[in-house]
Ligand binder design. Structure first.
Ligand code: PMP
Length: 306
């Protein structure tokens, strides 16, 4: 049962907000100044794709949210905020066909103190906004990466609100004229993108960093590894180095907002011929088919070899 009532139905133009049990227009949302998310970044988040008004890979995202909450000792009040019902309703009532739900949970509001007491009332918000996902032209264009020493913390498996390194890294990448930052370990191991997982095809084998504490285990990453298995694409969960990436047959980043996005260059060096490779193409098409099927849409027009 959903307790909250919809005060202002969304008109589909700009978005809709769920905040602590109420459905509101985005601009009507108010958060306490002593919210621990605001003061300390003490919270976690998720970002989900909406297609045909439906939330895709919803249970996977909610499972990851549950894990992030557990890892920061935050007991998520599922009975009070049944997200498996709230998010589809948010998507439906927003009228948004294609978009993103940004879901954030903080430990709640209390006088500023690093230490916390258990049992605070978490702040739960979900905001849906329209978003355009990459089309064939964008896929074909690909993106450029700017490698940067990974200066984040050692629990990147938690989808924490503390995103200052990504904010600064993405900005630095942009200032170099690049599209995304690539986090690289001190020993030259490639970890992941600023908000994406990194993949490379090396000697014919698709590889990506293991899901340890140095990367976020992306929902898209997990789907792609499963699909690679189904498609008999040789693959291995094994990190690769910057040298291996520079000599790779193909490379791409993967995320909810970028799907499979070919990497045309890294630090100014072109990867292969700078164009999407066959495995990237195979995987993006299979992922888009799965997304369309989950969204209840007809099979999409597949991206073709140029
Ligand atoms: N790594 C990081 C650091 C991210 O921020 C994201 C996007 N949230 C991803 C990977 C990709 O995750 P997903 O496929 O779940 O969007």
């Amino acid at each position: 049962m959903l307790g909250p009532t919809l005060n202002h139905p969304g008109d589909g133009a700009e978005g809709l907000l769920y905040l602590n049990g109420r459905f509101l227009r985005p601009e009507e949302g108010c958060i306490g100044v002593e919210d621990r998310g605001f003061l300390f970044g003490d919270g976690v988040y998720e970002a989900l794709k909406i297609l045909n008004g439906r939330c895709l890979w919803l249970s996977e995202h909610l499972a990851r949210l549950g894990e992030s909450c557990r890892e920061i000792d935050l007991e998520f009040p599922w009975a009070k905020h049944p997200l498996a019902e709230i998010l589809p309703r948010l998507a439906e009532e927003s009228g948004i066909e294609a978009g993103l739900v940004y879901l954030q949970v903080t430990r709640g509001v209390s006088p500023r103190d690093f230490d916390y007491t258990r049992g605070l009332e978490p702040t739960v918000m979900a905001l849906i906004r329209p978003l355009t996902f990459p089309d064939e032209v964008t896929f074909r264009r690909g993106i450029s990466l700017q490698p940067w020493g990974d200066l984040r913390w050692a629990r990147c498996d938690i989808k924490s609100l503390n995103l200052l390194p990504a904010v600064l890294g993405k900005r630095a990448a942009r200032e170099q004229g690049r599209d995304e930052v690539l986090w690289v370990a001190p020993d030259g191991t490639v970890r992941e993108g600023g908000s994406s997982n990194a993949f490379a095809v090396i000697d014919g084998v698709l590889r990506t960093h293991p899901a340890d504490n140095f990367i976020l285990n992306g929902i898209t990453r997990q789907s792609l590894l499963r699909l690679a298995g189904e498609l008999d694409v040789p693959h291995e969960v094994r990190a690769f180095t910057m040298d291996e990436l520079e000599g790779a047959d193909e490379a791409f980043v993967a995320s909810t907002t970028r799907d499979v996005m070919p990497v045309k260059s890294v630090g100014g060096r072109t990867i292969s011929d700078g164009r999407p490779g066959p495995i990237s193409l195979q995987l993006v098409n299979r992922l888009r088919e799965e997304a369309a099927s989950l969204a209840g849409l007809d099979p999409p027009q597949l991206f073709s070899r140029s």
